[in-house]
Structure formats: structure tokens, C-alpha cells
Design a protein around this ligand. Structure first.
Ligand code: ATP
Ligand code: MG
Length: 159
């Protein structure tokens, strides 16, 4: 009986308590829009200042990648979904229908970049990993990419 009770409460923790979906054109100014909008959604979950700042950075990096790499500055749609679960796990996914990534493992290596302009340092995925618990990347060349970042917020009320 003890086990079944534990399973039941674990299941309750997975319950989605709030959700946001956002669709934005891949314009560089929408990096700030996405960051601010996701930040406003997350703020009502009572995150710490650091958790909020970290997740906003994650959104900036993922959205910038859609604008710069997926669509090469030519525009397209970016779909952002944020889910909050009862156990305070937050899941942010950023999806595009852009060029896709041929080698995800290589793309996620710190300092790997396909940028030729010298403006990029290849640290976007490294930042996403450092500022979250888990980063999952699904991609298909010519079809697009979905980046999902998961982070469990500390208990409400902690600073
Ligand atoms: N959504 C995407 N679509 C297509 N390619 C992507 C996408 N996101 C990342 N990439 C590829 O993965 C590489 C690594 O991404 P990452 O964000 O780590 O570094 P960067 O964008 O090149 O540089 P930085 O983020 O430091 O400005 C990119 O150079 C690009 O080739
Ligand atoms: Mg990047």
C-alpha cells in the first residue's frame, strides 16, 4: 500500500497547473518579447530571482537560435510552450520549422558554431544546459528543431 500511495502522489506532481503558448514571427526584436512574456508567466510561480533570470536567458538563447540559425534572418514562425507542473517543474519548449541541425551532439558542444561572421561564440546550448536541469533537442534537417528545457523550481517562499 505504501508504494501505491507514493506512486499516486508522484502522479499528482506531474499535473500541469498552468500553461502558456506563444507564436511569434522570427524577428530579432521578438527575442525580448519572448523573454519578457515567458518571464511574466514564470513570475507567478514564485521563482527565486536567480531562477527567473536563468530561465529568461534560456529563452533568449533558444529564440535567438531560431531567428539566426533556423531561419537565417529570413523570418518564420517560432512556437513557445511553457508548462508548470504541481511539483514545480517548469518545461519550456521552443520550436521552429527552419533548416534543422544535422548533428545535434556536435551542435551542443561548447564553442561549436556554424556562424561565419564571428559574432557568435557557440555558447547558447551550453548556457541552456548550465541554467536548467535538462535540455532535450529534437531536430530534422529541412524540417525544424524543438528544444525543450526542464527546470525544477525551489519550494515557493525561498529566496
Ligand atoms: N534552432 C536551430 N536551428 C538550426 N540550427 C541551430 C538551431 N539552434 C542551434 N543551431 C546550430 O547549433 C549551433 C550551436 O548553437 P549555440 O546556440 O550553442 O551557439 P551559436 O548560436 O552558434 O552561438 P551563441 O549562441 O553563443 O551566439 C549553431 O551555430 C547552429 O549551427
Ligand atoms: Mg545561439
Amino acid at each position: 500500500m505504501k508504494n501505491s500511495k507514493q506512486t499516486a502522489s508522484a502522479g499528482e506532481g506531474r499535473r500541469v497547473v498552468n500553461e502558456m503558448r506563444l507564436r511569434l514571427p522570427a524577428l530579432s526584436q521578438n527575442e525580448g518579447v519572448a523573454r519578457g512574456t515567458v518571464g511574466a508567466f514564470l513570475a507567478q510561480l514564485d521563482p527565486t530571482v536567480e531562477e527567473l533570470a536563468d530561465l529568461k536567458c534560456v529563452v533568449s538563447e533558444a529564440v535567438t537560435n531560431c531567428v539566426v540559425h533556423a531561419y537565417g534572418g529570413r523570418g518564420g514562425a517560432i512556437y513557445i510552450t511553457v508548462r508548470a507542473r504541481a511539483d514545480r517543474e517548469v518545461e519550456i519548449s521552443v520550436r521552429d520549422h527552419g533548416c534543422g541541425i544535422a548533428n545535434v551532439r556536435q551542435a551542443m558542444q561548447p564553442m561549436f558554431t556554424t556562424d561565419k561572421s564571428g559574432e557568435r561564440s557557440g555558447m547558447g546550448f551550453a548556457v541552456m544546459q548550465a541554467f536548467s536541469d535538462r535540455v532535450r533537442v529534437l531536430s530534422a534537417v529541412g524540417k525544424g528543431t524543438k528544444v525543450t528545457v526542464i527546470k525544477r523550481l525551489s519550494p515557493a517562499g525561498e529566496l
